[in-house]
Design a protein around this ligand. Sequence first.
Ligand code: ADP
Ligand code: MG
Length: 331
Amino acid sequence: MRLKKVGEFPLIDIISKQANTSHPSVIKGIGDDAAVVSGNSNRCLLVTTDILREDIHFKKSFTTPYLLGKKCLSVNLSDIAAMGGTPFCYFVSISVPPEISLNFIKELYRGMHQRAKEFNAVLLGGDTVSSFKDIVISITLLGKTKKTSVVYRNRAKKGDLIYVTGYPGESALGLLMLKKDKNSFKRHSAVKKHLDPCPRIELGKALADKKLANSMIDVSDGLLADLGHIIRQSKKGAQISLSQIPLSNSYKKECLKFSKNIYKPVLFGGEDYELLFTSAVPNKIKIKHLSKKLGVPITCIGEITESSKNIIVLDSSNKKMKIKNSGYRHF
Ligand code: ADP
Ligand code: MG
């Protein structure tokens, strides 16, 4: 059977079933934003890895090598944020064609180091190979936290409120703008969000340390796809309302010029690198305070329901919407 018939997540399932994944030091293996490895006493290591491939994840003509370097590290940092951890060190493997300039590589690493410096992460190694044409960048990032602070995808509880940070859909709008006219829109906030997303490390850690999140994931594949991971792994359902999802003013102003449906980028667009988490109702006030303290918008968009493993989306007149697909498909 060809991979396009299998799909990304069933494939990961097949890989994981084929492998030996249990070890006395492993607290969580395949299936979350990062693996969790036991350390001394209450400490643990978080390990995450991500690949960015030219013409799939980025186009050289849309970005600069400096911003690309920042983004490559940010997508990994975002996975550590989703576990509630603190970044520690990273390894970078690159596959690049011989024709590429040395300056491109220097700028790529300058971007990575800049982002790493902001979050106290250090480069510890990697690998370098040549490619025929495309650039491929693979980063493995390690983070640390307390075993008792880790936030998993699979612990959402019935009645939990579902929260999202920032403004989902902006990154997808930014990509639509770049595709339409990369020069005219290069200073738009949505384009900035797409090319230079900022991982929510401080917030993820605060939510984890204060025990304000029962489950958490970062939004990389799209709001519905990533909420889908939480509910399937938690064996629950979810109900969200379109009218509760936050849209920035500039998004509202520009979106309809690029997408027929204002909610399509919000629900299905990927690469927001915002946090999506669930929390018990009484934490509402504490979450509001945290949002104010860190200056990060956090909005309740729905709640966790019985174990249907389905997401019900209510439209602006509170009617159930029919949802056909759910996020980015790799195959
Ligand atoms: P994220 O979107 O948070 O980066 P993914 O959806 O890429 O997470 O991966 C989900 C889980 O599957 C993670 O635990 C990841 O390590 C694992 N995974 C993904 N691809 C592979 C693979 N080819 N082999 C083994 N594990 C994989
Ligand atoms: Mg993730």
